[in-house]
Design a protein around this ligand. Structure first.
Ligand code: ADP
Ligand code: MG
Length: 270
């Protein structure tokens, strides 16, 4: 079987960026995010960095309305996908999640389901019906884009759980890509992976750059610098909710941070 021709990268303007304006969030009376305003440029990789507990995961889940499935955060502010309010009345959370996919820290394929069915499950979950041929094509092209095709092309019917951790994570990326999302959110996607698997996932992220908008949470400062073009530093203290201290071009934020707290954090001083 031949590799499918690479899908041409979309022209600038065909990609959707993501923006939040003054997003605050509470769990009960506990305020965890304070007026977070951030633009995540279309086709770029934006890294969210900051100590544990400063609200990065909460923020990510708010972006695609996933907190409505698993959490109960009350919200203020706006989330805009391609300029349109993700929380507009009448907009279905499932439609938002189809356009804004998520990959988690722990790879979570369906372990006993075959590799090909795992990828196709992304379509099913999104309620997208396709014929057999189209399905096979989407499975293949998604695995190619996730950088996993060559490793699994001869064993598409083996269970997803038989893959290594790093392969499982790329399988989860392929599952997200199957529905052609505009945005991919990644919450510490390499924290559970060894260095070699981490590199492979980073290569996949680099390949995806320019094809969709990526937001990645990472505690790995080298990784943030390797994969992202812009960066936002989040910080909370014992009595203040998480907020953005500094945003900027990644090279600038690491090389010449404006805020002394950013300098301390990126240089490993807390
Ligand atoms: P990070 O990802 O930066 O480590 P989180 O978004 O996970 O931070 O958490 C931010 C704050 O929100 C923390 O104080 C955490 O305890 C609290 N929190 C997170 N999820 C929930 C939840 N489901 N219910 C209540 N509090 C939560
Ligand atoms: Mg987190």
């Amino acid at each position: 079987m031949e590799l499918p021709a690479a899908t041409p990268a979309p022209a600038p303007g065909e990609l959707s960026g993501l923006e939040t304006r003054g997003v605050s969030a509470w769990f009960g009376t506990h305020k965890v995010l304070e007026r977070v305003s951030l633009t995540m440029q279309a086709g770029q990789v934006t890294a969210l960095i900051g100590p544990s507990g400063c609200g990065k995961s909460t923020y990510l889940r708010i972006l695609n309305r996933m907190h409505e499935m698993t959490g109960t955060a009350a919200l203020a502010g706006q989330v805009l996908l391609d300029g349109e309010d993700v929380y507009a009345p009448g907009r279905r959370p499932s439609d938002v999640r189809r356009r804004i996919g998520m990959v988690f820290q722990r790879p979570n394929p369906f372990p006993s389901m075959s590799i090909q069915d795992n990828v196709a499950s992304g379509l099913k979950l999104a309620g997208i019906k396709v014929g057999r041929e189209e399905r096979a094509h989407l499975v293949e092209s998604s695995l190619v884009r996730a950088g996993l095709w060559n490793e699994v092309r001869n064993r598409l019917r083996t269970p997803g759980g038989a893959l290594s951790g790093g392969q499982q994570q790329r399988l989860c990326i392929a599952r997200s890509l199957a529905v052609s999302p505009d945005v991919l959110l990644m919450d510490e996607p390499c924290s559970a992976l060894d260095p070699t698997s981490t590199r492979r996932v980073e290569e996949t992220i680099a390949e995806l750059r320019g094809r969709l908008t990526i937001v990645i949470v990472t505690h790995n400062m080298q990784q943030a610098q390797r994969v992202s073009q812009s960066c936002a530093f989040f910080l909370a203290t014992h009595d203040t909710p998480g907020r953005i201290v500094e945003t900027g071009d990644t090279a600038q934020l690491f090389g010449d941070p404006v805020d002394p707290r950013t300098a301390d954090y990126v240089n490993g001083r807390f």
